[in-house]
Ligand binder design. Structure first.
Ligand code: IMP
Ligand code: MG
Length: 332
């Protein structure tokens, strides 16, 4: 029993990559593995004010941990992005993807970019992820094992992870997007991504036997955001977002994110689906500017934590008070 899954409660963009990096370092993980859909997700982490680490394919946990970096077989792989991230961060000896991962081909990206349904109605990131999944389901996709340029970067991730867990090692599984973007579990179809992104979906994405699952960290973004179309309860106006100075732009698409207040009924349902054992409350500085960069909770954030814990039925362990990696505060 030694795997930790990191999932998002709502619509993503909540710092899963950064939180997963924190857990990998804290627990001394031997593996950090990406679950989720594909390269539609953009994860970023700020080691300092003028330094940024950004990835779309691999987990960010290479920062501050010695974990081996893996991508599970349920995640589709864009070889161009994968090889670029490996080269950019000099990870030739640490990164491997499952040999069964389906491959995003340039034609799949073009098909998404030319689909007015995906681009205009759904608000897809047009990364080729959904089109590749469709080809995979129709048994028409290439897999990582079919590409000579990936030969030295493939392995059986499921076997590695299950063996590591059996040996008592720590494994961190990083999901993508958010619970309410799950294909078959969100009430908002078609404004969803191309697979489920819950706890159960995540362990399936990486081939982990459920008996190894020890911890589920559900991320709650204190002032949630949504990119693309679809309902968003508690949404505030763009003018209000500007007035509060809390604009956020998508890592992959550069789009301004819609923002809103937490809906505790949605949180409760997300907790029912994901079964969190602990919560990471991120973007607390957007909810209460007074907490920015601090390692002490403000009364307003303390109040919020109580409500979040009640809705989720799990304790808040980690609070993010600013954009730097060092702004993650563990509650004792
Ligand atoms: P797709 O998965 O790129 O086709 O996008 C489908 C929907 O999911 C759109 O509303 C996207 O904005 C949203 N989406 C996809 N990836 C992410 C992500 O990483 N964060 C937040 N929303 C995402
Ligand atoms: Mg999946």
């Amino acid at each position: 029993m030694s795997a930790t899954v990191i999932v998002d409660a709502l619509w993503g963009d909540s710092g899963k990559g950064k939180v997963a990096a924190w857990y990998a370092s804290k627990l001394g993980a031997t593996y950090a593995v990406r679950a989720g859909t594909g390269t539609n997700a953009g994860h970023c982490l700020y080691p300092s004010a003028n330094e940024i680490i950004k990835t779309r394919q691999i987990p960010l946990a290479f920062y501050k941990s010695k974990a081996k970096i893996r991508v599970g077989s349920g995640v589709v792989v864009d070889p161009r992005i994968l090889l670029d991230e490996i080269a950019t961060y000099s990870l030739q000896d640490r990164v491997k993807v499952d040999y069964r991962c389906a491959i995003i081909e340039p034609r799949f990206i073009e098909m998404e970019q030319n689909s007015s349904h995906l681009k205009n109605t759904v608000g897809s990131t047009a990364s080729g992820t959904g089109q590749t999944r469709a080809a995979f389901i129709l048994r028409q996709a290439l897999q990582a094992k079919d590409l000579p340029e990936l030969a030295k970067y493939t392995t059986d991730v499921a076997q590695e992870l299950n063996e590591a867990c059996k040996a008592g090692e720590e494994v961190i599984i990083e999901s993508s997007q958010g619970t309410y973007l799950s294909l078959a579990l969100s009430p908002d179809y078609p404004f969803v991504t191309s697979d489920n992104v819950t706890t159960a979906a995540s362990i399936d994405d990486v081939g982990l036997n459920w008996q190894h699952l020890k911890r589920v960290v559900m991320i709650v973004k204190a002032l949630p955001s949504r990119v693309g179309a679809g309902p968003m309860s508690g949404e505030i106006t763009e003018a209000e977002v500007h007035k509060l100075g809390i604009e956020e732009y998508g890592t992959v698409t550069g789009r301004l994110r819609r923002k809103g207040h937490l809906d505790f009924d949605l949180l409760k349902y997300a907790a029912m689906l994901n079964g969190p054992t602990e919560i990471a409350l991120t973007f607390a500085d957007h909810f209460d500017p007074d907490i920015t960069g601090s390692d002490k909770l403000t009364p307003k954030v303390k109040e919020l934590i109580k409500k979040v814990e009640k809705a989720c039925g799990a304790p808040v362990r980690l609070v993010e008070t600013g954009k730097l990696y060092s702004n993650l505060v563990e509650l004792k």
